[in-house]
Design a protein around this ligand. Structure first.
Ligand code: ATP
Ligand code: MG
Length: 730
């Protein structure tokens, strides 16, 4: 039998792993060494050489994107559709099982799935329903408690009650939560896994059935399995099936969600006679990129330790760009992408990776302005995020009381006693009289009863007050005031921990967005203009899956993927490594693994960028360059500096406080400029009919289609087309 197509594209170590005898197998190896390739070839080997039926194979990984790629690779290998195989994420596969065996699992046939938000909302209702103080029993933390128990495989009865009253109350909440889920016929993400695990444990015939069916269970990214995922896998494998798992302890990045890198060791204990394979050749990255990644990760302790090498040349050096602020950073990245594309490269070759979701906004803005399609993976685009929509709804009501959608969205957010019945009455009244909900609110008072009417009036008064208090303020102050005074910030602050914190950060980021916003038209009041801008941005821009587009995602989402060009952005201490982790050694080491994951995504070129000054979450910070940068040997790195020193008059920034500018002081000194200044020079003062006076920051191209960037004293930085700008020199 000719197996050259299977083994040809493999090195000797990979070949040994792929053709390993039928026994439990562990492939432990560094980034880009071909673990996923080995796993997919193993599947083909099992089918073609060991004559395993495709029905008998189950392959699991962590993200949907990774599962999609795995499926594609397997189909390419087998040269046939992979439908008979089960390939998916842990959650996806557990879900599939529960849909098939809903009866045995004790679920209603049409059970629905609670996402993280729904889950938290349910917990919150329970906390309230039990008459508990939300400040003490923060829904976010209660939810976290419940999920961690489930991730450990524990039902309320199994959670150890050590007599501690707090713990006891949490257990009671967990119980109440389970009861509510049962009543509503819903399951959350953690429940999918736990429930299907229990299904195997408690319905023996079923486990037998699946063990007999899936003789081969393959797991990618094994280092990030948590307790229940591991137990689930073990239950499926039993003593008859064969596990084939691949992983890298240096890429364990979900400890904060219960991942247990120890499972790598546990696996060797639980399956005696495990065949262990190590792969050492990296095929993904250039020598320089690999050397940088190796240097970074060598600062961690307690590693299993591996040597990774490449036969590839050193390649280009790693480029380090110091932006003077986050906008400069984004502009630099977008310009580089533009150059890549203009030289015939694809947009999808470029990945922008960042530590936290809020960082995507500024990149989105510059990509949109440059009309470069992009896609944000594993997260919503900025203006589509729940908390942003909440804030925009308040702002919309301030601008237009009759906006029913906004009214409905926030009338009871934060909760103020406007219940479903009140809304029903309102809707009916509005419908009969053909008015908006707002207009219906006052005449409805009698139908509603004193208490409900009072709550509703409080809301109307709040919106009126927001309007009165913000009139005439600069846009960003309007936004800031509204997110505070509406109670939204406090509301999300209560959710504490990760999610709530991220939401508050995003709200603050909205203030930054408003501050950096310069209306294109100048006709509409700034608030109206900003609101329509937000709608338009959320409605378009996100490219379709098949379209050639720039890839944007957090470092966590990038695991397992690879891109010719990687921009690792926001490398500042406090941002990356994240503030929460800098004082905690374990946390810091996890951040370092995340940095290792990020750098090893790059195939040909790696850019590291940071900003001296960053306005994020509405405040300016001056973070030191990330300590991870200093961990890379200097000879591997090349600092990117302005290409050409353009004739630039000694430029004294206007002494007007920070105003609307973005670090005006440093703008002109670290700029990339075409040496085609045309009639305008950097630092030149100009006047625009609508935007007023400003200073030229940058000039691109020539003639009427050339673009000029001006920092206007009152309106902030804007790009203008030379042909339409009507600029006068001052
Ligand atoms: P990660 O740890 O990031 O998940 P990995 O170990 O799973 O990485 P793969 O994604 O399987 O690595 O492989 C990295 C890259 O190297 C892929 O583009 C893959 O096609 C290529 N590659 C792997 N092995 C070989 C080989 N023997 N010859 C040529 N290319 C290879
Ligand atoms: Mg992989």
């Amino acid at each position: 039998m000719d197996v050259s197509h299977l083994l040809g594209p493999l090195n000797e170590a990979q070949r040994q792993a792929v053709t390993a005898p039928l026994a439990p197998t562990l492939v432990l190896a560094g980034a880009g060494s071909g673990k996923t390739r080995v796993l997919t070839h193993r599947v083909a080997w099992l089918v073609e050489v060991e004559h395993v039926s495709p029905h008998g194979i189950l392959a699991v990984t962590f993200t949907n994107k990774a599962a999609g790629e795995m499926r594609a690779r397997i189909e390419a290998q087998l040269g046939m559709p992979s439908a008979p195989l089960w390939i998916g994420t842990f959650h996806g596969i557990a879900h599939r099982l529960l849909r098939t065996h809903w009866r045995e699992a004790g679920l209603p046939q049409g059970f629905s799935i609670l996402d993280a938000e729904d889950q938290q909302r349910l917990v919150k209702r329970l906390v309230r329903g039990l008459g508990l103080d939300e400040a003490r029993w923060v829904p976010r933390e209660v939810t976290w408690f419940i999920n961690s128990q489930k991730d450990e495989g524990l039902r309320p009865k199994q959670v150890v009650d050590d007599g501690d009253p707090t713990r006891r109350q949490l257990i009671r909440l967990y119980e109440a939560y389970e009861e509510a889920c049962r009543r509503n016929g819903v399951v959350d993400f953690a429940e999918l896994l736990l429930r299907s695990y229990e299904l195997w444990r408690e319905v023996p015939g079923l486990a037998e059935h699946y063990r007999a069916r899936f003789g081969h269970v393959l797991v990618d990214e094994f280092q990030d399995t948590n307790t229940i995922q591991y137990a689930w896998m073990k239950a499926l494998v039993g003593s008859t099936s064969l596990p084939f798992v691949v992983g890298d302890d240096d890429q364990s990045i979900y400890r904060w969600r219960g991942a247990r890198v120890e499972n790598l060791q546990q696996f060797r204990k639980d399956f005696p006679g495990v065949l262990l394979f190590r792969l050492e050749q990296n095929y993904r990255s250039t020598g320089n990129i690999l050397a940088a990644a190796n240097a970074i990760i060598s600062n961690n302790s307690g590693r299993i330790g591996k040597k990774l090498w490449t036969s590839d040349g050193k390649g280009e050096r790693i480029r380090l760009y110091r932006g003077f602020n986050e906008r400069d950073e984004a502009e630099f990245v977008v310009n580089r992408i533009r150059e890549w594309v203009s030289r015939g490269g694809q947009r999808r070759d470029n990945a922008i990776l960042y530590r936290s979701n809020a960082q995507s906004r500024v990149f989105e803005e510059y990509l949109l302005a440059s009309r470069i399609p992009y896609r944000v993976y594993g997260g919503l685009r900025f203006f589509e995020r729940q908390e942003i929509k909440d804030a925009l709804a308040y702002l919309r009501l301030v601008a237009n009381r009759d906006d029913d959608a906004s009214f409905e969205r926030v009338v009871n957010l934060p909760t103020r006693g406007v219940g479903a019945r009140t809304l029903e009455v309102l809707r009916a009244h509005a419908k009969t009289h053909g008015t908006s909900l707002w207009a219906a609110a006052t005449p409805c008072a009698e139908e509603l009863g004193a208490r409900a009417a009072g709550c509703l009036q409080a809301f109307l008064a709040l919106v009126d007050r927001l309007d009165a208090d913000t009139r005439g303020l600069p846009l960003h102050e309007q936004v800031d005031h509204v997110i505070q005074a509406s109670g939204l910030v406090a509301h999300y602050q209560k959710e504490k921990a990760d999610k709530g914190e991220a939401r508050v950060e995003n709200l603050e980021e909205l203030v930054s967005a408003a501050r950096g916003y310069a209306p294109e038209d100048g006709e509409l009041p700034p608030l109206m203009s900003f609101l329509s801008h937000a709608v338009l941005e959320s409605g378009e821009g996100q490219a379709e899956e098949w379209e050639d587009c720039v890839q944007m995602m957090t470092l966590h989402t990038a695991k397992g993927l690879e891109f010719p060009v990687v921009y690792l952005c926001g490398l500042e201490d406090g941002l990356f490594p994240h503030q929460r982790s800098v004082t905690d050694l374990q946390g810091l080491e996890e951040e370092r693994r995340l940095c290792y994951v990020g750098t090893t995504r790059a195939m040909r070129q790696l850019y590291l960028t940071y900003a001296e000054q960053r306005r994020m979450h509405g405040i300016d910070s001056y973070g030191a360059p990330s300590r991870f940068i200093a961990e890379i040997p200097a000879e591997l790195v090349e600092e990117v500096r302005p290409k050409v020193q353009v004739s630039r008059p000694a430029y004294v920034p206007p002494q007007r406080g920070s105003g609307s500018g973005f670090g005006t002081r440093t703008v002109a000194s670290s700029r990339f400029v075409d040496d085609s200044p045309g009639s305008l020079k950097l630092g030149q003062r100009v006047r625009h009919p609508k935007f007023g006076d400003g200073v030229v920051l940058s000039v691109e191209g020539q003639g009427p289609n050339g673009r000029v960037q001006v920092n206007f004293e009152r309106q902030g930085t804007k790009w203008l087309m030379m042909g339409y700008a009507h600029l006068e020199t001052v």
